[in-house]
Design a protein around this ligand. Sequence first.
Ligand code: UT7
Length: 331
Amino acid sequence: MRSSRILSLGRHLPSRVVTNDELGELLDTTDAWIRKRTGIRERRWVVPEDGGPADLAAPACREALDRAGLTPSDVDLVLFATLTPDRTFPGSGCLLLPLIGCEGTPALDIRNQCTGFLYALSVADQFVRTGAADHVLVVGSEVHSTGLDLSDAGRHVAVLFGDGAAAAVVGPGTPSRRIHGTVLHADGTHADVLTTTHPGSRHHPRLTAAHLEAGLHFPRMDGRRVFRMACEKVPDVVHELLQLEGACLDDVDLLVPHQANQRINAMVGERLGLSPDKVFHDIATLGNTTAASIPLALYDAEAQGLLTPGSRILLTAFGAGLTWGASLLTW
Ligand code: UT7
């Protein structure tokens, strides 16, 4: 069976930069608190003209296709990972297709939150390995800023999230440049530790003025529990993956983790015994962009010359669901 690899990356960020000091004018927070607890200095937030996640994704996809030397007609499948879809339905993948000239191409939305990109990458890997597709466009795109609780009650969540999009073209790999494998997990037992419950089809009706008044349409998070669980589950899934692939941590050149909190990633690196220079961070300027964060981080790491052909890259994610996973690639 053939293998797959990431052929190219593209990204698109809204131009509006929101600094911690600006958030300090909206909320009871400070630049010092946000930097110390999360590592974030600023994030991007959309303005109305930027549109939704499908609109942000379109230029990222065009860049990725250009860099792979491909045209829209070469795309066999679009996978769109987001937890902030443009609409309840249809999916953002469908909305994206006419924006990039891929009308008629199958599109699948993937709703696995911060682990969405790894789920999508794994699906793309399977399609390419089996020959069912030659080129899969894997997108992570989010617009959080239109749905954050900017009252003091929501400050621990509102300061974390940023908007942005990135895309990867996954195509045939080679023995020396390929996705080795991905391990994925999910468990709804702890769904309530990080969730947005309304509107939801289990509520009669889905959304009322009382729900809005109570702020049930905003994300809610038990940050300390999520933090603790991320620091346990991520090292576990890395060991599981490396064992399956017959690899070890000494083989890893760079860990590119989901960017939820710089302290989580530093602690995961420490628990794995990786030296700090092997853990990639770009949360300082982007915040937590959930499904977009891993492809955005790969884009930044590549721009910094950290992804060279043959380097071993470990990707990790943990987030709402709960969902978590890890992938091992040779770039
Ligand atoms: O990507 C999806 C997965 N998400 C995550 O992985 C996020 C995981 N969790 C975290 O990153 C951290 O828990 C947070 C950054 C959200 C919070 O950091 P923390 O160190 O866990 O703080 P905390 O929630 O324990 O709160 C400490 C204090 C509290 O005050 P008291 O009770 O000690 O007086 C909070 O009220 O910090 C206060 N606080 C804030 N202060 C200023 C909470 N949010 C803020 C804020 N500004 N934005």
